[in-house]
Design a protein around this ligand. Structure first.
Ligand code: GTP
Ligand code: MG
Length: 167
């Protein structure tokens, strides 16, 4: 269960997928204006009685090499995919599978948010799971959660699952 009182999480995914917006939703920060993250941002706040340190990484290609600097320090990984940008999903899958190959992350449970579900043309989470071949992830707990940082829907149930995996 939620026995652990502290956890460090890494939030990654392509640029514009909604990572910072999801972190803001988790912080119950209603700020509507969100700017592209430069490098990364460290956020500390509590969710479900767990004190979180969240590394909100930039998804821009030039900053992606920074991600691995934190692989050793985190107990869980959040990968955000933009379900409303169908054409980004193949690249997102490549980036995700690159990350899965890193030994420093091998023990970390993985939550994938299929984000921007409030948009009418969003690809269903089950289709994204197939597209990203998530069924082939057999070496760690994983889950895909449909979410909308815009409405808040799905964000809390996703993180609840992730924190349950961390003990
Ligand atoms: P980088 O920091 O550049 O890697 O981007 P990011 O993944 O942090 O994305 P960010 O949170 O900055 O959001 C990018 C854009 O998508 C912003 O205009 C957000 O308002 C919008 N956005 C984020 N989440 C959602 C969502 O669930 N639904 C909708 N409709 N828009 C969203
Ligand atoms: Mg950001």
């Amino acid at each position: 269960g939620l026995a652990k009182v502290k956890a460090s999480l890494l939030v990654v995914g392509l640029a514009n997928s909604g990572k910072t917006s999801i972190v803001n939703t988790l912080k119950a920060d209603r700020t509507e204006d969100v700017a592209p993250t430069v490098g990364f941002a460290v956020e500390k706040f509590s969710v479900l009685k767990t004190k979180l340190t969240v590394m909100d990484m930039s998804g821009q290609q030039r900053y992606q090499p920074l991600w691995e600097c934190y692989y050793q320090d985190v107990q869980g990984v959040i990968f955000v995919a933009d379900a409303a940008d169908k054409h980004s999903l193949a690249t997102a899958s490549d980036v995700l599978w690159g990350l899965l190959g890193n030994a420093d992350l091998a023990a970390s449970p993985l939550l994938i948010y299929a984000n921007k579900m409030d948009l009418a043309h969003a690809v269903p989470a089950s289709d994204i799971a197939v597209l990203m071949d998530l069924a082939s992830i057999t070496d760690r707990p994983w889950q895909i959660a449909p979410s909308s940082a815009a409405t808040g829907e799905g964000v809390e149930s996703g993180i609840t699952w992730l924190l349950e995996q961390i003990r």
